[in-house]
Design a binder for this molecule. Structure first.
Ligand SMILES: O=C(O)CCC(=O)C(=O)O
Ligand SMILES: [Fe+2]
Length: 367
């Protein structure tokens, strides 16, 4: 049967079909492994998303690649600060190499996440849970609230919040590696936070002091081969709500960033990490850094695409009313705030209510 777009008017009950799929706890990896040749209708994206997918991404330009090997050498550090600042401003995305994480750790982390997702779904099903933000769990991302259709991705959420989960809560297939990745990934984030701080003219330790390294989420995605990659997406276009994202991807391409109104492929570079600015850092830097739209195509290759993503958030919100906004240190009569302060409640409401494809908190607080 040819796939068609159903919006409920033809008697197709999308919500019920999605629930049925969810109840199987197979995930899209389960469908892919079972060898389905067409995707269930609720994965078919609306026409505007499909049209945007048709506008081919370019390989002609690349996001900046920044070599961190000389980060502790004073003459090179100021150059590095400039490079990071420039990339955060113009692209909102860059890759880092020579960041200090051994290649064996990188390979082991990717392999362990692949192992988790490759288990029979009967084994994984004890982690299958659709409740948002509740500790260790995995689910196929078919939430209607985030997108208008389901996405061809399974996600293990292995970490959430300032307190790490108890080790035994983390699936055994990737436990050791996830715990190690937290340490390595956080160290890279700390180094970058220092460079960003310096790039804004602040003390290197300022962001750490503001608790920007304390509240993290670690998610590990699997994008299995999709039989109809032109009809759906891995992750629809979005910006990340948090401060900073540190992303490890395997060798399968699919991640794209919007630059000058063109989609640009972020080519997998073995051993590299992809770094991007989130909405909070755009606001806190008073628009000096940019949080940029990105997406992941449905996987058209024959192998799983794996990514391991750490999001860094603010832990302690300041002031009596829990407000945050452009850092006062950055403001002056020449550089007045372009965003008003907002509360953690506004941030959280926006996070859970916005839909993955919008940037409404930034729009809402723009002066
Ligand atoms: O898997 C990727 O490469 C991107 C994931 C992503 O954008 C996200 O989790 O916010
Ligand atoms: Fe993202």
């Amino acid at each position: 049967m040819a796939a068609s777009i159903n919006n409920g008017s033809s008697g197709y009950d999308r919500t019920a079909e999605m629930k049925k799929f969810d109840d199987t706890k197979m995930g899209v990896k389960g469908l892919s492994d079972a060898g389905v040749t067409s995707i269930p209708d609720f994965f078919i994206q609306p026409p505007e998303i499909l049209a945007d997918l048709k506008s081919k991404a370019t390989d002609m330009i690349d996001v900046p690649v920044i070599d961190l090997s000389l980060i502790n050498s004073p003459p090179h550090r100021s150059k590095l600060v400039q490079q990071v600042k420039e990339a955060a401003k113009t692209w909102g995305f860059f890759q880092v190499i020579n960041h200090g994480i051994p290649i064996s750790v990188i390979d082991d982390t990717i392999a362990a996440i692949k192992d988790f997702h490759s288990q029979p779904y009967e084994v994984k099903s004890k982690y299958y849970n659709r409740e948002e933000g509740r500790g260790v769990m995995y689910a196929s991302n078919n939430d209607l609230y985030r997108t208008k259709a389901a996405q061809w991705i399974d996600t293990l959420q292995a970490w959430m919040g300032p307190e790490p989960p108890a080790p035994e809560e983390i699936p055994e297939a990737c436990r050791k590696e996830v715990i190690a990745w937290d340490v390595y990934g956080s160290k890279v984030a700390e180094n970058l936070m220092e460079l960003f701080s310096e790039g804004l003219g602040l003390e290197a330790g300022k962001f750490k002091e503001l608790t920007f390294l304390e509240k993290k989420a670690l998610v590990a995605h699997c994008y299995p081969p999709c039989p109809q990659p032109d009809l759906t997406v891995g992750i629809a276009s979005h910006t990340d709500p948090a401060l900073l994202t540190v992303l490890l991807q395997n060798h399968i391409s699919g991640l794209q960033v919007k630059h000058d109104n063109t989609w640009v492929n972020i080519k997998p570079l073995r051993g590299a990490l992809v770094i991007n600015i989130g909405d909070l850092l755009q606001i806190i830097s008073n628009g000096e850094f940019n949080s940029v739209q990105h997406r992941v195509l449905a996987n058209s290759s024959k192998e799983d695409r794996i990514s391991v993503v750490m999001f860094f958030n603010i832990n302690k919100w300041k002031g009596d009313d829990n407000h945050y906004g452009p850092l006062p240190e950055l403001l002056s009569p020449e550089n007045p705030p372009i965003y008003r302060n907002f509360t953690i409640q506004e941030f959280v409401e926006n996070f859970y209510g916005k839909g993955i494809d919008s940037k409404s908190l930034i729009q809402k607080i723009k002066i």
